[in-house]
Design a protein around this ligand. Structure first.
Ligand code: ADP
Ligand code: ADP
Length: 249
């Protein structure tokens, strides 16, 4: 079953060059050009390509953090590419989630991590009562293999790997259909990268979530992806099963 369909997606950034030498010239940066791809239930699709090829732009559009210039993004039979994250209903919000590269960016430093997961559940309209949401929050800590006592901790009292586990708990809080993982372990200490990757993949497999895994680490991609999409200068230049992509011509 196809969960996500991206068709002829274009994202152009219009920029004006400033400064004494820029001379106020106008520039169009084609960050995504004619991106067409799909992803099925329970599938992990890796998106690879060098820095600047448009991977994060694609991720942001799926999340509604950027709006597309042209094309469509279908979640099932609902078009979401034109809906800004602030305008998404709670169900759509919960259905497409991201694990960010840097968990420090998305955690509020002055709220307990339990409180932040509860807040996420409220945003997704999950649970009828505070008790429901607290129980669900504690189950999410179990899911990411953190002790329940960690609910009371502030982000600064967690290691980088533990913070990213909270990021994973929030991404999976609302039984998402699609999770975009944008370099989810590259900001973490090397010693915890494998464990956090394994955890993410275990949860993805168990929940049969569709995952788009953005990475530049080809050995990891080869190990965990079902399919690979290769981008270059905003375009998809190659795509296929992991076996096809990695086998010599
Ligand atoms: P990647 O994630 O593969 O490194 P990005 O999607 O971040 O690539 O960037 C793709 C292109 O779009 C790059 O040329 C980048 O400089 C440009 N770009 C990204 N965000 C913006 C923005 N907000 N304004 C202007 N250009 C941008
Ligand atoms: P906030 O200021 O965001 O409300 P709190 O630290 O007061 O954050 O608590 C956040 C949530 O986490 C509350 O719903 C609370 O019931 C729950 N919570 C915190 N610690 C625990 C714990 N050890 N066991 C169960 N629930 C907890």
């Amino acid at each position: 079953e196809v969960v996500l369909t991206v068709k002829d997606l274009k994202k152009y950034y219009e920029v004006s060059t400033g400064g004494p030498f820029g001379g106020g010239r106008h520039l169009t940066i084609k960050a995504n050009e004619a991106i067409t791809m799909d992803a099925r239930e329970a599938e992990t699709v890796a998106i690879v390509g060098e820095s600047g090829c448009g991977k994060s732009t694609l991720a942001k559009i799926l999340l509604g953090l950027e709006t597309l210039t042209a094309g469509t993004v279908m979640l099932g039979d609902k078009e979401i590419g034109h809906i800004d994250v602030g305008d998404r209903d709670s169900k759509t919000l919960a259905s497409v989630q991201m694990v960010f590269q840097n968990p420090f960016d998305t955690l509020n430093p002055s709220q307990s991590v339990g409180g932040q997961i509860v807040r996420t559940l409220e945003k997704f309209k999950i649970g009828k009562t505070v008790a429901d949401r607290t129980e669900r929050m504690l189950e999410l800590l179990d899911l990411v293999k953190l002790p329940r006592e960690f609910a009371k901790r502030m982000p600064r009292q967690l290691s980088g790997g533990q913070k990213q586990r909270i990021g994973i708990a929030r991404a999976f809080a609302g039984e998402p259909k699609v999770v975009v993982a944008d370099e989810p372990v590259s900001a973490l200490d090397v010693s915890v990268q494998a464990a956090v990757t394994e955890l993410l993949m275990d949860i993805q497999k168990y929940s049969r979530t569709t995952m788009l895994f953005i990475s530049h680490d080809l050995s990891v991609v080869r190990y965990l992806a079902d399919r690979v999409v290769v981008m270059y200068l905003g375009h998809i230049v190659e795509s296929g099963s992991t076996e096809q992509i990695f086998s010599p011509p």
